[in-house]
Design a protein around this ligand. Structure first.
Ligand SMILES: [Zn+2]
Length: 475
């Protein structure tokens, strides 16, 4: 009877892009099992990239291994974990295998962790994998920076452009998309001539023109497209305001780009849509008692009251300006923190050639790692005691880990990271109806009843702004 194997595949937290996908890992491991004539008893996966490696409950696959693994089985993984310098994840697997008398297969070698030599080799291999991942990551970062300096984009350029392979150099290059580039040009010209976003969006949607991702156009996506430096042949590096000439051809001139930015960020700019709700939170904010959407009450000079939001049944009334201020600042904070993604940038953000802030975290991690390596070198040279090195390590390792985790979280959705730098700008550029749309998409605003005495002093805690649960982003 052939031996029974369990395949374990997990999302690589390796941000260098060298890690294989879960599907690829399963395919490779399956090949191994076929070659070795092992029967595949189970395939176990862990798909969450944001899972902390310390919180086991976030790795249900790993947890289920504890129930599945039996003596004489073989646990097959594609490679040793590349998840950073520390190797807890691997060590936990190693212990589990040792405990259960299960063989461990990684790459082309079997390990029996009941044997001290294999335990040592496993620990060593896992450390080597992590180290090589670190080195690759640093090289990738250097390459990315060099590419940015040369004005090359990181990924797709999106609407208006077509990727091609340069026939001379075989490198990736971009040309103007003969279908969509003229649309961008025409839209920019029309806006500069005083047309509204709405009129262009209506026209495009009527003509069946779809966004880069195949969705219908909205004013906000068109605005984001027209604000992109990329369409003026400019590349923005790591959220900086300075731009460099890009390697791709421009659709509009730099002058037009600057004029569009000026138009879209002009606070006095009004849209030309007819009957519009003029108040930010009417019908959006909810009464904390009965959950009805609030209405706006005009100022009452006799009662010396400014304009207010109020529950239709008057469970709550609150100063409009104060509530607006509170909600905007909370919204921007939440966007910076967590959301950032589709409702603002999904159509155009994938493309604007900026580096994600994950790079910032990775750079920081690399710097801290360097400090640690320097300290280790000092220790080896006999200039530091082991105790001092231990203290330095204890201080630096959690920081390094934190930076890497921040980077990994942001890498899981680079759009999110991009917007983090730009939430305030996007808000400033939006008109009232777009702002309302953003609010509806992003948050739930609730105005809670407060004590009688508090009516003249605004209590920010009386207004809560909660991030709407968004569907899980897949990667
Ligand atoms: Zn109410």
């Amino acid at each position: 009877m052939s031996a029974r194997a369990v395949i374990y595949a997990r999302v690589s937290r390796d941000t260098t892009g060298q890690g294989k996908s879960v599907e690829q890992q399963i395919a490779e491991c399956t090949k191994t099992c076929v070659q070795e004539n092992w029967e595949i008893a189970e395939i176990v996966t862990d798909n969450s990239i944001s899972a902390s490696r310390y919180a086991a409950k976030q790795r249900p696959g790993y947890e289920s291994l504890k129930n599945i693994l039996e003596p004489e089985m073989i646990l097959v993984v594609w490679e040793f974990s590349r998840a950073g310098r520390r190797t807890q994840e691997h060590l936990a697997l190693q212990e589990l295998c040792e405990e259960r008398g299960v063989l461990f297969r990684a790459g082309s070698r079997n390990y029996d962790f009941r044997k001290s030599e294999d335990r040592f080799m496993g620990t060593l291999e896992s450390a080597i994998a992590a180290k090589s991942s670190d080195e690759t990551r640093e090289r990738v970062l250097r390459d990315k920076r060099a590419a940015a300096e040369k004005g090359r984009p990181n990924g797709s350029l999106g609407f208006g452009f077509l990727p091609i392979i340069d026939p001379d150099t075989f490198a990736r290059a971009w040309i103007l998309d003969p279908t969509t580039a003229p649309l961008v040009k025409d839209a920019a010209t029309a806006i500069l001539a005083g047309a509204s976003l709405h009129s262009i969006v209506k026209d495009w949607n009527q003509r069946g023109i779809k966004t880069f991702k195949g969705n219908i156009w909205r004013s906000i996506t068109l605005r984001q497209l027209l604000l992109r430096p990329a369409i003026a042949g400019l590349r923005q590096h790591q959220g900086q305001t300075t731009t460099v000439k890009a390697v791709w051809p421009p659709i509009i001139t730099e002058q037009e780009h600057r004029a569009l930015v000026a138009i879209f960020t002009d606070p006095s700019r009004k849209t030309q849509r007819g009957s519009e709700v003029k108040h930010l939170l009417t019908n959006i904010a909810l009464c904390g008692k009965c959950n009805q959407p609030v209405v706006r009450m005009s100022p009452n000079a006799k009662l010396q009251r400014g304009s207010r939001y109020a529950c239709p049944d008057r469970h709550v009334t609150r100063n409009q300006a104060e509530v607006d201020k509170r909600v905007v600042s909370e919204l921007l904070r939440i966007m910076d923190d967590t959301l950032a993604d589709e409702f603002l940038m999904d159509e155009t953000g994938a493309a604007d050639g900026m580096d994600s802030p994950s790079e910032h975290h990775l750079t920081k991690a690399a710097e801290l790692q360097q400090q640690l390596d320097d300290a280790t070198a000092e220790f080896i040279a006999g200039r530091l005691t082991a105790a001092t090195l231990g203290r330095i390590e204890a201080a630096l390792l959690p920081q390094i880990d934190q930076e890497r985790r921040s980077a990994a979280e942001r890498t899981s959705n680079p759009l999110l990271a991009k917007l983090a730098a730009g939430a305030a700008g996007a808000w400033k550029a939006a008109d009232i109806s777009e702002r309302r749309a953003m609010l509806r998409a992003a948050v739930v605003v609730t105005i809670h009843p407060v004590g009688k005495g508090g009516t003249h002093v605004f209590d920010p805690n009386g207004v809560t702004v909660a991030a709407r649960q968004r569907h899980h982003v897949s990667w």
